[in-house]
Design a protein around this ligand. Structure first.
Ligand SMILES: Nc1nc2c(c(=O)[nH]1)N[C@H]1C(S)=C(S)[C@@H](COP(=O)(O)OP(=O)(O)OC[C@H]3O[C@@H](n4cnc5c(=O)[nH]c(N)nc54)[C@H](O)[C@@H]3O)O[C@H]1N2
Ligand SMILES: Nc1nc2c(c(=O)[nH]1)N[C@H]1C(S)=C(S)[C@@H](COP(=O)(O)OP(=O)(O)OC[C@H]3O[C@@H](n4cnc5c(=O)[nH]c(N)nc54)[C@H](O)[C@@H]3O)O[C@H]1N2
Ligand code: SF4
Ligand SMILES: [Mo]
Length: 713
């Protein structure tokens, strides 16, 4: 790697590191070793030069006075935020000593990592610590925070297909945005939707909330949370009963049609209307327009998976495009994660063969419970190492999380850019670089371009990239395997299967020069990957009846590092079906008598998960933690806009400022995720009321399957 210049000025190519589908191409202007501007690259066909409100002041993040720039050791009680500066040598010695002692006394499974996607670069992201913890023999952390249920369901149905190219949306005639707030969370897709609309497409949004995206659409269909499966099943009922199927496509490229016909026979629009709150006539109209406006496309967001039946909902949604032959043309089909188009060499980063078979697996989602004695087997957790994540804010069960992190006998290491709610509970905090200070190479889960991120400035203080962190830790532990001696350059060379057809014309060198390159795929004007079937499933067809379900278990290795299904032996019904939410007035009237409102915790507009929720500009844009409720619900409780309210259920409580308006269904409340605990009125956030129960597939979280009550604070 060439070191950044420390004199003169230059424009360096980079890429946004955040866990966001857009992976924007960035241009960093550096003068005398200091970055003075970060801008989008206008030439990038998908992101077109605009960074979003979360990143356009990225320099405020990089040069924030609040950055953690040196290793720190705790000096006060846990959580007090009192630390002293120490050297890297001291920090590494202490960590290695503790890890060794804990391993010797309790076995290495008493140590657990916790990480996610603070940065999603292939080098520094999801898998950066995997070989280290595998070698150590630590508890394996199962990482199903995001989309694992949807991915499982999608793959069971159509395989690991990239789906519709987001740039092909311009050719769609009917765009069905299902549980996705594009305007906030996938901003750069919108111009493609707007262009389609200019060319005559209709845009429909299915969401309990009249979001920015819903407001911009032609038709907003408000739906009761967690009931999407019923709507999708009823759409199939209408399409089949009214003869709107593409029989030729179904005959050639699907399996299980007859069983599907039987399965949806009773899913009438009237039945679905009672579940979803969407009038039966609207359901019919939606099904008819979706089927007959070809090519039609469905864009699903993560929120569909976050209920008891989230997986089967995605199964049903993934069946729809084949039923109507939407896949025949560019712009027709479904878009979930185009990530699968990228031939990432995951094995070179995960090294699954280094895991000792039978090593305990704990889902990070249950970290609070795991830290407070809630483990089914094996030793108690005595050490925790967090990097790329802020579990205090993003996991449920916040009260238990705090209780666990407060344990004096728990040794906690956190690698961070900032003193987050989690870092505050650490014994040792290690300084992490930002994207400008590190080299990385990026896939995308929202477009078809590979990006290269050059290091544009020297690391600030003593911050190190995650790759270097694990090199140092491995050396201190005496791990000598080749994998721990790889340089960043070596890792870049291993990042992709460069010989895969999708990488034709792309080399490390060309990427470094150009910054980004489109995968070797047909152009978005021609890309119709399943016009003639070719689905990457066992049968090569869309599996209305899933053969993968027969095994009773379907694992997406990337997200689930080895655990079996949460309820092993529980067979998966091979046909899509509707599973009502666990917590709703209809499904659980007893609970709803105490806690009548369904709480949604979607993404904040100005934060990326909990990242940047500490920076002044971002906090100003986002404002205080709010909870949105309908006028009817407000009136019933004597609540008005601006008032502080207590939001609670049996699991916990937090305080938010009420916002009353007609953009939300009565019976639904919305409080965006991401705000930090230390900024909250009562030192607690939405994470204190969300449940710890998994959805039906992929051990997905059920954040939105949550009933609460509200009262004046
Ligand atoms: N601004 C911003 N952008 C982000 C992120 C961020 O934190 N902030 N995070 C990134 C990440 S990690 C992800 S995974 C993506 C997620 O991006 P999205 O998929 O858009 O996810 P959410 O914002 O959680 O929810 C989207 C919408 O689903 C609706 N919804 C909730 N429950 C239901 C339901 O049961 N049915 C239906 N039909 N709709 C429902 C919510 O009201 C919300 O408008 O965003 C990425 N982009
Ligand atoms: N209630 C509720 N909870 C949710 C969700 C929801 O919709 N509702 N969404 C879920 C979803 S979709 C997701 S993806 C998860 C997100 O969960 P996380 O991936 O944990 O996301 P962040 O909160 O942004 O935490 C990432 C942390 O990594 C740090 N970081 C960034 N870059 C680096 C780096 O290079 N090195 C190191 N060491 N650290 C770095 C950042 O400063 C930040 O504190 O949250 C989940 N939690
Ligand atoms: S957070 Fe997403 S939209 Fe914003 S700059 Fe990064 S990649 Fe682009
Ligand atoms: Mo996510």
């Amino acid at each position: 790697m060439t070191a950044p210049a420390t004199t003169g000025s230059a424009v360096v190519r980079g890429a946004c590191p955040h866990d966001c589908p857009d992976t924007c191409a960035m241009l960093v202007t550096v003068k005398d070793g200091k970055a003075i501007e970060v801008a989008g690259d206008r030439e990038h066909p998908f992101t077109r030069g605009g960074l979003c409100v979360k990143v356009d002041n990225y320099l405020d993040r990089v040069y924030s006075p609040d950055r953690v720039l040196y290793p720190l050791r705790r000096t006060g009680p846990k959580g007090s935020g009192q630390f002293e500066r120490i050297t890297w040598d001291e920090a590494l010695d202490e960590i290695a000593e503790k890890f060794r002692a804990i391993s010797a006394e309790y076995g290495p499974e008493a140590i657990m990592p916790c990480s996610y996607l603070g940065t999603q670069g292939i080098l520094n992201g999801l898998n950066v610590g995997d070989p280290f913890f595998a070698k150590l023999g630590a508890t394996v952390s199962e990482r199903t925070y995001c989309d694992s249920g949807a991915c499982t369901a999608y793959m069971m149905t159509i395989g690991d297909s990239a789906g519709v190219d987001p740039e092909s949306f311009v050719h769609s005639k009917f765009i069905l945005i299902w549980a996705c707030n594009v305007m906030s969370t996938n901003l750069h897709l919108w111009p493609h939707i707007a262009e389609a609309r200019k060319r005559g497409a209709k845009v429909v949004v299915v969401d309990p909330v009249r979001t920015r995206t819903a407001k911009a659409a032609d038709w907003h269909i408000p739906i009761r949370p967690g009931t999407d499966g019923a709507l999708a099943m009823a759409m199939m009922h209408v399409i089949i009963n009214e003869g709107l199927t593409d029989d030729d496509y179904v005959a050639r490229y699907t399996v299980g049609y007859d069983e599907l016909v039987d399965r949806v026979a009773e899913c009438t629009p009237e039945w679905a209307a009672a579940e979803t709150g969407v009038p039966a006539e609207d359901i019919r109209r939606l099904a008819r327009e979706y089927a007959t406006s070809q090519p039609s496309v469905i864009r699903i967001g993560v929120a569909v998976e976050r209920h008891a039946g989230g997986g089967q909902t995605v199964r049903a949604l993934s069946c729809l495009p084949a039923l109507v032959g939407a896949w025949r043309k560019p712009g027709g089909g479904i878009l979930q994660l185009p990530l699968w188009a990228f031939p990432v060499n995951w094995g070179a980063f995960m090294h699954p063969e280094m895991l000792t078979p039978g090593t305990r697996v704990v889902n990070q989602y249950l970290l609070g419970e795991a830290l407070t004695g809630g483990l089914e087997s094996g030793p108690p957790l005595k050490a925790l190492m967090v990097y790329n994540s802020n579990p205090v804010v993003v996991c449920p069960d916040q009260d238990k999380m705090i209780q666990g992190l407060s344990r004096e006998d728990l040794f906690t290491v956190v690698s961070e850019q900032f003193m987050t709610d989690t870092a505050e509970f650490a014994d040792i905090v290690l300084p992490a670089t930002t994207q400008l200070e590190q080299e990385d190479i990026m896939f995308s889960w929202g477009h078809m371009y590979v990006s290269y991120n050059h290091r544009s400035i020297e690391p600030l203080g003593e911050a190190v990239p995650n790759t270097e962190l694990f090199r140092r830790l491995a050396a201190r532990m005496g791990f000598t395997d080749d994998v721990f001696r790889r340089s960043d350059e070596d890792m870049v060379a291993e990042a992709f299967d460069w010989s895969a057809p999708a990488m034709r014309g792309i080399t490390v060198q060309s990427l470094k020069e150009k910054g980004w390159q489109r995968l070797n795929l047909p152009s978005a004007d021609e890309y119709a990957p399943h016009a003639e079937g070719n689905f990457p499933t066992a049968s090569g067809k869309v599996e209305f009846k899933s053969s993968a379900a027969a095994g009773g278990n379907f694992v997406v290795p990337l997200f689930r590092q080895g655990s079996n299904d949460h309820q092993p032996g529980n067979p998966i019904d091979p046909l899509p079906h509707y599973i009502p939410p666990r917590e709703s007035i209809r499904a659980n009237p007893e609970l709803a008598a105490k806690y009548p409102l369904n709480l949604l915790t979607p993404k904040s507009h100005a934060y990326i998960n909990s990242s940047s929720a500490n920076l002044p500009m971002h906090r100003k844009v986002q404002g205080e933690q709010t909870i949105l409720i309908s006028a009817e619900d407000a009136e019933e409780r004597g609540i008005t806009t601006g008032q502080y309210v207590r939001v609670f259920n049996d699991r916990g409580e937090f305080v938010a400022r009420a916002k009353v308006d007609a953009s939300v269904l009565t019976g639904v409340a919305v409080s965006p995720m991401g705000g930090w605990r230390k900024h909250a009125k009562t030192l607690s956030t939405i994470a204190s009321v969300t449940p710890t129960i998994f959805a039906d597939l992929g051990n997905a979280p059920t954040f939105s399957d949550t009933l609460i009550q509200i009262e004046g604070a």
